[in-house]
Design a protein around this ligand. Structure first.
Ligand SMILES: [Zn+2]
Length: 457
């Protein structure tokens, strides 16, 4: 590192500093040692550590905060303008360790057995270490960029992004003007199945569509037995039909891309089975056939709803005249709240029960796949076994917030993982850890993307 700068006098200082620049692994260890458990987050010290890394090599930064203890960091390296700016973003907050039984200090950042251990190693301080390292390297090596390169390190992803991405998108949208594509979580890790090494790259996520159901009844004194329109009976019926009735299968574009991508790499029979998931009539049967293995596909093929909060009833001797139920709805990309409520009406919730939308984060019905080929090529170059496939994520990330600015996120934090290591089982769990070599692998792959970005129309 820094070799190419050796003859450039103006960069003497940069050369000296670049050799002192910590490695991606050292950056990750440092990040883990800041306890950024959210809530309360308190990401400031961690964010300031990254700011110092950037300023040490002469990169200008700025921070924006809704709450001074929870800042967000922005930095930009100028490109030639041939391509739109490219955004790299990640969050430094982590989920708590609660009563989990850890065999190492979750905030120790220890290296042992070829892994870096700690909360956030995978979600997503490991990814932040890769993104920051690639960004630093692009600056120090004076990598010719076709588009501006923007780095955004945010707070508060794990609790919804109010202090982080949501705040930036609402209040500082101008900083992201012209950005079409972004690299962030969730994806890029190796996923071993059916003899293949898949690398799912997130291109879309399901949308939050939180609803409130209001059940009204006659009320009255408890001693009079059941009233005519009994709230409790309606509640019981609704909860039962919600748990019994699976909503119908729809093949959203992102789910189709994902399943077709996997099927293309598989032998005839499993390929046929997977493609069957996309057929509205057949999908449910195939899911049953796949059993537990198919469990991961189920939420990608339909809208889902979970009743999570029930409020009603004040006194033991009074029938409530109103009960409200909060419903955690998750819809496929592009499904409107009205379409979702219409579907619930048809399958689970009668017209007599009121429905209103509490929150909806819309995103595009179909992902913009314009950068997928490049990411896929970089992965195949780095790992000859790689089968990159688009991923529709059943959960949510900050991607849904940046989508409000028309930005397509790709979840691309490349990590080759051993066969016995399941990414999705270790995030938010005890003994979260990342193989040391995966950190270098991911940094190099992201750097390669920066080299190639904008080269082809
Ligand atoms: Zn995350």
């Amino acid at each position: 590192m820094g070799m190419r700068l050796a003859n450039d006098e103006s960069e003497q200082d940069g050369v000296k500093r670049s050799t002192e620049m910590p490695s991606p692994v050292e950056i990750l260890q440092a990040l883990i040692r800041f306890n950024t458990t959210n809530p309360p987050g308190e990401e400031a010290a961690c964010i300031m550590y990254i700011r110092q890394l950037l300023e040490d090599v002469g990169i200008e930064t700025r921070t924006y905060a809704l709450d001074p203890t929870r800042p967000n960091l922005l930095a930009r390296i100028k490109g030639s303008g041939e391509a739109p700016p490219l955004l790299l973003y990640g969050h430094v907050d982590v989920v708590g360790t609660g009563k989990q039984a850890w065999s190492r200090d979750p905030f120790g950042g220890d290296i042992e057995g070829g892994f870096v251990w700690g909360r956030g190693a995978l979600d997503m301080k490991g990814g932040v270490a890769m993104l920051v390292s690639a960004f630093l390297r692009a600056h120090v090596h004076k990598l010719p960029l076709r588009g501006d390169l923007i780095l955004a390190i945010v707070s508060d992803e794990e609790a919804g992004g109010e202090y982080g991405a949501s705040f930036l998108v609402d209040r500082h949208a101008d900083y992201f003007a012209g950005v079409k594509f972004a690299i962030g979580e969730f994806g890029g890790f190796a996923f071993h199945a059916l003899g293949k090494t898949f690398y799912p790259i997130m291109v879309a996520e399901k949308q939050l569509c939180w609803l409130k159901a209001t059940i009204r009844g006659d009320g009255g004194h408890g001693s009079m037995g059941e009233p005519g329109a009994d709230c409790m009976a309606q509640l019981g019926n609704m909860l039962q039909s919600l748990s019994r009735n699976k909503l119908p299968i729809h093949a959203a574009p992102a789910a189709r891309l994902m399943i077709e991508g996997m099927a293309d790499a598989l032998p005839l029979l499993p390929a046929l089975l997977l493609r069957g998931l996309l057929r509205p009539r057949l999908g449910g049967i195939v899911l049953k056939l796949l059993g537990e293995k198919g469990g991961a596909f189920a939420p990608l093929l339909r809208n889902t709803v979970s009743a999570t909060v029930v409020r009603g009833g004040e006194k033991i001797n009074v029938h409530p005249s109103e009960i409200t139920v909060e419903l955690d709805g998750r819809t496929l990309p592009g499904v409107t709240p009205q379409q979702f409520m219409d579907e619930l009406r048809r399958f689970a919730i009668p017209d007599s029960i009121g429905l209103e939308v509490l929150r909806h984060d819309p995103c595009a019905a179909a992902p913009d796949m314009g950068m997928f080929r490049l990411l896929s090529d970089v992965l195949k170059e780095a790992d000859k076994e790689a089968v990159p496939v688009p991923l529709l994520l059943p959960g949510g990330t900050d991607g849904r917030l940046f989508a409000k600015l028309g930005i397509q996120t790709y979840g691309f934090l490349p990590m080759p993982l051993p066969k016995d290591m399941q990414f999705t089982q270790l995030i938010h769990a005890a003994d979260e850890r990342i193989p040391i070599e995966a950190i270098g692998f991911g940094t190099d792959a992201i750097y390669r993307v920066l080299e190639l970005y904008g080269a082809q129309p």
